[in-house]
Design a binder for this molecule. Structure first.
Ligand SMILES: *[C@@H]1O[C@H](CO)[C@@H](O)[C@H](O)[C@H]1NC(C)=O
Length: 166
């Protein structure tokens, strides 16, 4: 219940800040672009991590999808590490998902981080956000029970502007 209350508070704050400031202020680049996000699910972590792992493997063997170039680096009990190569083939981003059971509810709290290895300009076109979101969306996790996404433009570059293609 506490988690849900906190989640709704964060979510309301996020909507408020988006309404107040629709465009992120331009800042000087270059730097390492990244996106950090949290997701809540009503299903156990084992189920969520298995689904994500299967999706990374499925994308890895999929031919003809420029946005789907993922390589599994490690699957650990509480985290999954992967690499993603950008559609232009020139940039690599490292991806980490970490899974924590939610107390009492038997659900899962997933934190995700995608960060560009190279220096990029501030606007990554939502690349790092989409690296994470595409996996959740293609695997159907975005319509899983209890799904809730919590991030904002400070934690996740391009969030709110990104149109993810995969
Ligand atoms: C992931 O990316 C890192 C950094 O470029 C590289 O050292 C590593 O070999 C890559 N791993 C895989 C499995 O592609």
């Amino acid at each position: 219940m506490n988690t849900l209350l906190l989640a709704s508070a964060l979510f309301a704050g996020l909507l408020g800040s988006l309404a107040a400031a629709p465009a992120p202020a331009p800042a000087p680049g270059p730097y390492h672009a990244f996106c950090r996000s949290l997701w809540l699910f009503a299903t156990p972590c084992a189920e969520i991590s298995t689904t994500l792992l299967q999706q990374i493997t499925a994308f890895d063997t999929l031919v003809g999808c420029a946005e789907c170039q993922y390589k599994l680096v490690a699957a650990l009990p509480q985290s999954i590490l992967a690499n993603h190569t950008s559609p232009d083939g020139l940039q690599t981003e490292t991806i980490t998902f970490t899974f924590r059971p939610t107390a009492l509810t038997g659900g899962c709290r997933v934190s995700g981080l995608s960060s560009s290895l190279g220096f990029t300009t501030l606007l990554d076109g939502g690349l790092n956000y989409c690296n994470l979101f595409n996996l959740l969306s293609a695997s159907g996790l975005t319509s899983a029970p209890g799904y809730m996404e919590m991030t904002n433009e400070w934690a996740c570059l391009g969030y709110g502007l990104a149109t993810c293609k995969a």
